[in-house]
Design a protein around this ligand. Structure first.
Ligand code: ATP
Length: 418
């Protein structure tokens, strides 16, 4: 069979190039796809790694259930869902065990995060039993943050306590009915927090910063020229003066309770009836010194403080007590310790953390025993064992400057103290 086709009738093969640069675009797309596949593969491998580590870590800290099945005992841990890698960091979803609470994970946060190769983690509840675990490459509390040069104008405005791991500010309203306990070893950050708290409310017309300070640094000289100074007793030479001052505060509290208007069960802070912040700096030191001098003097101080703690809330008295450790016998007994609604612990031995925050804080003890200055644990209404970084005001000179700048000057408007 022959064909008559001539070369002239054969149609040339034409490549549809799509214009100039199309080959490069195609190549680019192929490279993007390859990169995407590599990324997806890396993501899948990392997810598998973290899933395995998560399971081991949960079993390691006891966050698991043992189930007896036909083939033997099996361990069930909160289920790892999906990994998310993004500009906001690394996170994954988790389905809690039946009956589980986000707190079960938060309680072991440091140890779980370390097992996964991260510095820390935070838990965000999602829907139902699901939550998101956000991992931190560096401890979010590692860096210092400055206390802004702000003051409150009224007792019902919030003062800043610190910054939590998620970057949110943790505040406290003095007018809310709760005394404040602060414990920490030497150099752990108690003074910085107290400088910050007192400086923030030094200008408020309805707050009086009073109390007893054997060190004479937190209260005393720094407050010269302010309306608060005559309500502060300092130094350890005249311990009777501390007892007398505390008795004077109790008498003031009693006058308020006696004068409570009908159908009212608490005093609202006003300029005439200010909120009385009773600062007890190094209170165990005051008690020890008083005991060494005269046992009766120590009892007198203890009973005045107990009355302020147990009845002060209704009379707009708030106690801010500072101690290295809140051992019951060092702070006037277990009853006294139970009166504190807001509890802050800087670096303390593990046992002391559990003593002030309860057994829930026990797993955090070993890590917190080495916390850097300024890092604290907070238990307060609405804050169940929140780890925070207290704001840094600066050296003692900076504190004195703030009080000199903002401290309320004496006036004649105030009520009922006389
Ligand atoms: N919130 C903070 N941020 C950064 N650094 C801090 C913070 N708090 C304390 N520090 C550092 O730790 C040092 C000691 O802090 P601070 O004097 O408050 O401790 P303390 O618990 O009151 O100790 P002491 O019982 O000996 O008075 C400060 O001089 C400061 O360098």
């Amino acid at each position: 069979m022959t064909t008559n086709r001539t070369p002239a009738t054969r149609r040339p093969v034409r490549w549809h190039t799509g214009g100039p640069g199309a080959a490069q675009r195609l190549l680019g797309r192929l490279r993007d796809r390859a990169r995407e596949q590599q990324r997806a593969e890396a993501h899948r491998l990392l997810e598998a790694d973290l899933r395995g580590l998560w399971r081991e870590a949960c079993a390691g800290v006891g966050l698991c259930q043992y189930i007896d099945v036909a083939t033997g005992m099996t361990v069930r841990t909160p289920k790892f869902g999906a990994l998310r890698l993004g500009p906001a960091g690394t996170s994954f979803t988790v389905e809690q065990l039946p009956g589980g609470e986000p707190d079960d994970i938060t309680r072991h946060a440091a140890r779980l995060a370390h097992s996964l190769g991260f510095a820390g983690l935070r838990v965000q509840p999602l829907a139902g039993r699901w939550l998101r675990v956000v991992l931190f490459e560096v401890d979010p509390l590692a860096s210092t943050f400055r206390l802004p040069d702000d003051v409150i104008g009224r007792a019902d405005a919030p003062v800043l306590l610190g910054r939590a791991e998620d970057g949110s500010l943790v505040e406290h309203v003095l007018a809310s009915p709760g005394h404040i306990a602060v414990q920490g070893q030497n150099g752990s950050g108690k003074s910085q927090l107290s400088y910050g708290l007192t400086a923030q409310c030094a200008a408020a017309a309805d707050v009086l910063v009073t109390g007893s300070d054997i060190t004479g640094l937190l209260l005393g000289r720094a407050w010269d020229g302010t309306a608060h100074r005559e309500w502060q007793v300092t130094g350890s030479r005249d311990l009777v003066a501390h007892a007398e001052h505390l008795d004077r505060l109790v008498a003031w509290m009693d006058t308020r309770l006696d004068a409570m208007p009908p159908r009212r069960d608490s005093v609202t802070p006003t300029v005439q009836t200010p909120l009385v912040l009773v600062v007890l700096e190094e209170f165990p030191g005051l008690l020890r010194a008083a005991q060494a001098k005269d046992r009766k003097l120590a009892e007198r101080i203890t009973s005045a403080v107990l009355r302020l703690l147990s009845e002060g809330r209704k009379a707009a008295f708030r106690v801010l007590m500072l101690a290295q450790r809140f051992e019951a016998n060092a702070v006037g007994g277990g009853y006294a310790r139970d009166q504190f609604a807001v509890r802050v612990s800087f670096r303390v031995p593990a046992e002391s953390l559990a003593m002030l925050h309860g057994d829930d804080a026990r797993p955090l003890g070993p890590e917190h025993a080495n916390a850097a200055p300024g890092i604290a644990y907070l238990s307060a209404p609405g804050h169940d064992c929140t780890r925070l970084r207290a704001p840094y005001l600066g050296g003692y000179g900076a504190f004195c400057d703030r009080i000199a700048r903002h401290g309320r000057r004496p006036d004649t408007d105030q009520e009922d103290a006389a």
